[in-house]
Design a protein around this ligand. Sequence first.
Ligand SMILES: Nc1ncnc2c1ncn2[C@@H]1O[C@H](COP(=O)(O)OP(=O)(O)OP(=O)(O)O)[C@@H](O)[C@H]1O
Length: 482
Amino acid sequence: MSFYQRYSGLGNKFCVSDTPMMARDNQSFKPELLLWNERVSTELAIPLEKPSAHSYLSGQLPLPGVDAVALAYSGHQFGHFNPTLGDGRAHLIGCFDDAQGQPYDLQIKGSGATPFSRGGDGLCALGPAVREFVMSQALSALNVPTTECLAVVTTGQQVYRNGALPGAIICRVASSHIRVGSFQFLALHEDLAGLKSLMELAIKRYFTEIKEQGDERIVAFLKAVCKKQVTLIVHWLRVGFIHGVMNTDNTLVGGETIDYGPCAMLEAFDFEMVYSSIDKHGRYAFGQQPNIASWNCARLAESLLPLFSVEQSKAVAMFSEVLAEFSKDFNLAYQNMWAQKLGLLDWRDTDAALLSELLTLLNSEHLDYTNTFAALSNSLLELPYSCFVIPDALQSWYQKWQTRVAEYDREHIAQLMCSMNPAIIPRNALVEQIISDYYQHNDSSLLKEWLPLLQHPYRYQEYEHRYLAATTDAYYKTFCGT
Ligand SMILES: Nc1ncnc2c1ncn2[C@@H]1O[C@H](COP(=O)(O)OP(=O)(O)OP(=O)(O)O)[C@@H](O)[C@H]1O
């Protein structure tokens, strides 16, 4: 298997050759492999050996026969258009094909300044690198579409962020780095050939079912991207993931989660919950995510308009229909998600009121989202012990739910619910503690203890067993939210 670059054909404004800092000056750095994702390495048969991987994944050595590049993109950040973003601290070191012939990007983040750095240092501190490693693995195990973190390499150099911190490089594997912002960049530069090529690259990677030609092809493409976004957002809502920075440069047309900067997991249920300190007005609150995804798809639509052969007003009308379908598709998928989380094999008119009563109670009683649904799922299992209990405030609602599901085969719905409602999520306090243990004592024991659990979030039995084995209540209150 060999490595190559697949974005070079899109023009040298979009795909700029650039050398990672370690290849420019390898005397000052001492790269060491800190974390390695064996599952991703094996599943995708990435042709890198763990002992020598740090040289490539730090950018010290180029992958055989490939020059690293940085990609340009624009983006709406918190609603404001920024024309010149791009990989300001990342290098795409190469692409490879998996056993099925599907291409993947290997990108390293924190690998030094690039032509898109805009005065930034191009670096990444160890904390955010560990966070991306933990969160992306947890989301992947939760069955949420995501880019993956193959490795974290420490650089041996310091990064300055309100003080000196150890520096690190994240090695990301993604089915592509084609962002809504990539289309915005090409549209801004009136690069019609580039726009068309990028759309074709995305179709070839994700949407080979699109056979239409001409204007219909562009409409079909937008439709397919919208569907991917709907699927992604419904998964986020299902597990309680708050991305925190859903800018158009962080929206991949392939519908994978990217950029684990200010993300968090919802704990007490609240559609308005925001954890990110930079999201001052709640633009990216938990319950706002579907609206923002739709808004981001509209920005993609605008970027594609120049490709139409018909006059713009007709093209806008065609796109408006697609964007209206986003809401319909979302509502259906969203209803289906709640049905599955509640173990309802069919959805009846009265179920909307049952759900609404539950969500109102969860909100008013500040109940934990994950633990409540885990308790419902758990109530159908016949485990000898239980840490997930139905809260008192839910008892009367719980009776109604039991009556509603009584007509279904218990084992069947238990299986369904346990595959939809995780018992284990990467709780915010846990992830913060893992990071601070690294910073303060270079201690990885909490990560080692939790990673195997986070990799199997639907194994109720295992979780229960760990719970019983816990020595302190405080420990589980902090990390399990019980
Ligand atoms: N330390 C830095 N030096 C240079 N550019 C930076 C730095 N931090 C962020 N940027 C750039 O600012 C923009 C927004 O940053 P953001 O944190 O959303 O992205 P990122 O985490 O660097 O990358 P990605 O979205 O690929 O995960 C990007 O263009 C990014 O390259």
